[in-house]
Design a protein around this ligand. Structure first.
Ligand SMILES: [Zn+2]
Length: 466
């Protein structure tokens, strides 16, 4: 009996595979999660074989994309895909779609807190669980699913479309996005606009009760860190100096924390509030429509909450403090790091100058590592913004679409000289509480949310290709 049944089963499975019955966008995202494409801060600890396997999986899963587009592996693990446009109109500049393949590690000791193991790619209760479901395999898989479907439908773009998937965004993007950007310069490609990770649809924005809000981020904050070193007399703790290096540096850090940068309403945040206003209840509706009058109150209210404070201020975070090697030795040196996230318009020079003034201590040396400026604020009345907005509204007719400011940093800074306008948005919808999973415990995406994000990506490609 078994001899008869087994071949039938094999035949059946083969038929299902040919028809694509065993592969759905959801299963593909779940499978993508199972590759541990983890960016460790210490690059010697990165397991590159996982990136090789992940790339092989993409090649196998998206056969049309990888046979019909121009494919280049950059630094072995990053991907550059070009889909040539049919138009001979040189005015129609290409459009760039970006996302990243790497994920952050699981904080040691928290693995057991996950509802489902972070790299098992479990689909349960209408959700897909795992590291990368939101940041940012959703972007890579969403765009590839959309492109594969469009190729199957015989879609031909008018403009050239380019896909860039870096493999080291979480540790700065120097091997991935920066190298992809170099290759794009070699190819003489310049883009009308690009879209990367960093924006999404919030189902429960507190200001608009009954409608989800899509935030297309048109700017991001610049990441900048200062190192402060106090030096002075050390020696035996039985005969201590009057002021120790630790005391001196602690006092300076306390002054820094007690003197935050002034709050202000920058362009993208003002635009966000003005766009939200008409959909909010009173008195918010009135307040947001008269920002020339009410801006000060809004700034004050926003600065009182930790999350909204980041929208109105160049933030100051004391993140590291190192001093001392033994309890009975006064150290001759104490070192601290302070991480700033700069609002558009604020410069590192301004931060150094301000902090030097606050510290006001010649025994404390202030220095900084290399940094790169965030992209200029993108045009929120431009064609790229209109495409993304149109794509969201086609799939989510009830959503309120607003421009916004991203407090984190993305790979986009590597592409600044290659593109007129940079936007950050992937079309998934989630609740505020779910965002905690990004870089944290229990990262997950709803199956429906992911499948709709593929549709949004498809719309973005179709509308963007015109
Ligand atoms: Zn990311």
């Amino acid at each position: 009996m078994l001899r008869v049944i087994a071949p039938i089963f094999i035949l059946l499975i083969a038929t299902m595979q040919a028809a694509g019955a065993l592969s759905s966008p959801t299963q593909n995202l779940a499978q993508a999660i199972r590759y541990r494409t983890i960016s460790a801060q210490d690059t010697a600890k990165i397991d590159y074989s996982q990136f090789e396997q992940f790339n092989a999986f993409l090649h196998k899963t998206y056969p049309r994309v990888f046979s019909q587009l121009q494919v280049e592996q950059i630094n072995q693990h990053s991907l550059l895909l070009r889909w040539p446009g049919s138009s001979s109109d040189t005015e129609k500049l290409p459009v760039l779609f970006a996302a990243h393949m790497d994920v952050v590690p699981i904080e040691p000791g928290t693995e057991g807190d996950w509802t489902h193991p972070p790299f098992d790619g479990v689909v349960a209760d209408g959700n897909i669980y795992g590291r990368g479901t939101l940041d940012d395999k959703v972007g890579v898989i969403g765009l590839l699913e959309a492109a594969e479907q469009l190729l199957a439908e015989g879609f031909v773009p008018e403009r050239t479309l380019v896909f860039a998937f870096g493999h080291d965004e979480e540790i700065g993007g120097l091997e991935g996005a920066a190298a992809i950007a170099r290759r794009l310069r070699e190819l003489n490609l310049y883009f009308e606009w690009m879209v990367d990770e960093g924006g999404l649809i919030l189902s429960d924005n507190p200001l608009v009760e009954d409608k989800p809000v899509a935030m297309i981020n048109v700017a991001e904050k610049t990441y900048f860190t200062l190192t402060l070193v106090a030096t002075g007399d050390g020696g035996h703790s039985s005969t201590p100096p009057q002021v120790s290096t630790i005391g001196r540096l602690s006092a300076a850090l306390a002054r820094i924390e007690q003197n935050p940068f002034p709050s202000k309403l920058v362009g993208p945040v003002k635009a966000m509030l003005e766009a939200l206003g008409p959909h909010a209840g009173q008195p918010t509706k009135f307040v947001f429509s008269q920002l020339w009058l009410t801006g000060g109150i809004v700034e004050y209210q926003m600065s009182r909450d930790r999350l909204t404070n980041a929208y109105v201020r160049t933030t100051t975070a004391l993140t590291m403090f190192n001093a001392g090697v033994k309890e009975n030795v006064v150290p001759q040196r104490a070192e601290a790091k302070v991480n700033f996230r700069l609002l558009p318009g604020d410069t590192p020079d301004y931060v150094v100058e301000t902090i030097t003034g606050i510290v006001d201590d010649e025994n404390i040396e202030i220095s900084f590592d290399a940094w790169s400026a965030a992209a200029p604020v993108a045009d929120y009345s431009g064609s790229g913004y209109a495409v993304i907005k149109g794509a969201v509204e086609a799939i989510y007719p009830d959503v309120v679409v607003v421009p916004s400011l991203l407090s984190g940093a993305t790979d986009t800074r590597h592409y600044i000289d290659l593109v007129d306008n940079i936007y950050r948005f992937h079309g998934m919808i989630l609740a505020t509480t779910q965002a905690k999973g990004v870089h944290g415990t229990d990262e997950y995406i709803g199956v429906e949310s992911f499948e709709a994000s593929v549709k949004v990506a498809k719309q973005m490609i179709q509308l963007g290709a015109k």
